[in-house]
Design a binder for this molecule. Structure first.
Ligand SMILES: [Mg+2]
Length: 418
């Protein structure tokens, strides 16, 4: 049996752990630059606020209903997530951390009769130790467990845990689930299915598998088999190394000058190269892209990108930054107001590759030691504690005017009790 443990309204729940005044109040957490809603408390949902809704549409509602609003606080959410995952890991055999607030786990060591109480126990422990309320779905496969977790969230009768095991319960759940709500069915696939008069998960499960294979490939067939209680998606208990890394941001204000684009670009390279070194990878290709604000109808638009091939595989901030700036020079045009920039690294290889081919040429041992030390300093004192000079300058950084404190990760910001 597979369980899916899902933190409820996760970012809002993280804020509530450290601020008791937020309980039973409408609360919102906003995206980058405080642009739109990315997490809502149930009280905010009941006011009709939608996921992804731009915050400017909500100004008067926020004021009238005294809604608490927070900027996104990624450091806090990541830390609370890793604490939540540690508690889950103590109670299950195999764990796949699927996203910041969701984890699949193997519950086959528990008898069917005890699954519900075991789920309740995990849920209680997470609430007790971390303070985050969770929904837990348990069933034969990952896709059915995901479906069960939706029922766990919606139905008060389930008290946060839904075990979808009995055939009549599965039939009921599938018959009242729309195809677009099946985990793994995207917008295009659901449009195609609807076009062929397949509207519910039950109808999808009972469709001819040959037709499904033809129209939705092996991916659709696997989903169909999962709904038939036949596991096709295994638990990925070891986090896979990334094959590519992208870092980009929308600027808090427009940037016109070339020199003002260098700090954000260098900052993105630092972030990407730290991720490279963390997974012991190197890269020989870096792409840079630059764009104006495509939502603005009054401005002239421009978008361009450039990929550079490096002379060797590396994870050095210095070499990557140098090539990123050269790429930026070729795509930058004066006279435009830029709103976003980003870098991407592709074709990642193990750092063993670098040692084999370029063991003494590309980076000196001294430089390697330097970045090892820099990474340790960043880990201990925060990512922004040390930067290469090109990355200095913060005028581009996104707005986060209403960010809560980093209660659990920064000594300077721990909660004070007067
Ligand atoms: Mg969630």
């Amino acid at each position: 049996m597979i369980g899916l443990i899902d933190g409820n309204n996760f970012f809002v729940s993280c804020e509530r752990v450290f601020n008791a005044r937020l309980h039973q109040k409408p609360v919102l957490v906003l995206s980058n630059n405080d642009g739109c809603v990315i997490s809502r408390s149930n009280e905010a949902k009941s006011l009709g606020i939608k996921m992804g809704q731009p915050v400017f549409e909500l100004r008067s509602l926020i004021k009238d209903k005294k809604i608490h609003v927070f900027s996104s606080n990624p450091d806090l959410y990541r830390n609370m997530s890793s604490r939540m995952m540690s508690v889950i890991a103590e109670h299950v055999q195999n764990l796949e951390v699927y996203s910041i607030d969701e984890a699949f786990c193997d519950l086959s060591f528990i008898s069917n009769a005890d699954l519900d109480s075991y789920g309740q126990n995990i849920r209680k422990k997470i609430k007790q130790y971390i303070g985050i309320p969770c929904g837990i779905g348990i069933s034969h496969t990952k896709v059915l467990a995901k479906l069960a977790s939706e029922f766990a969230k919606k139905s008060k009768k389930n008290s946060g845990v839904c075990t979808l095991i009995r055939d009549d319960h599965i039939e009921y759940a599938l018959s009242c689930t729309k195809v677009e709500d099946i985990w793994g069915i995207g917008k295009r696939s659901s449009r195609l299915l609807n076009h062929n008069r397949i509207y519910t998960a039950k109808e999808f499960r009972d469709t001819d598998p040959v037709w499904i294979r033809k129209k939705l490939s092996i991916v659709g067939l696997r989903l169909q088999n999962e709904l038939k209680k036949s596991p096709c998606l295994g638990l990925e208990t070891i986090a896979q190394d990334k094959k590519s890394i992208t870092v980009s941001r929308t600027f808090s204000k427009y940037i016109q000058n070339f020199n003002d684009l260098i700090p954000p670009l260098s900052y993105f390279v630092s972030s990407a190269s730290a991720q490279l070194r963390a997974q012991k990878s190197v890269v020989n290709r870096i792409g840079v892209y630059l764009t104006t604000n495509h939502f603005s109808q009054s401005q002239t638009q421009y978008l361009n990108y450039k990929t550079s091939l490096l002379p060797a595989y590396t994870s050095s901030d210095f070499l990557l930054t140098k090539h990123a700036i050269s790429a930026l020079k070729t795509i930058y045009k004066s006279g435009y107001s830029y709103k976003k920039c980003g870098i991407y690294l592709s074709g990642l290889k193990s750092d063993q590759y670098e040692k084999t081919l370029f063991w003494n040429e590309t980076e000196s041992l001294r430089e390697k030691q330097l970045f090892k030390t820099i990474d340790l300093v960043k880990e201990k004192f925060g990512f922004n504690s040390i930067q290469i000079a090109d990355a200095l300058g913060s005028s581009w950084k996104p707005f986060s005017l209403q960010r809560s404190q980093n209660f659990s990760t920064s000594l300077d910001e721990v909660m004070t009790v007067c």
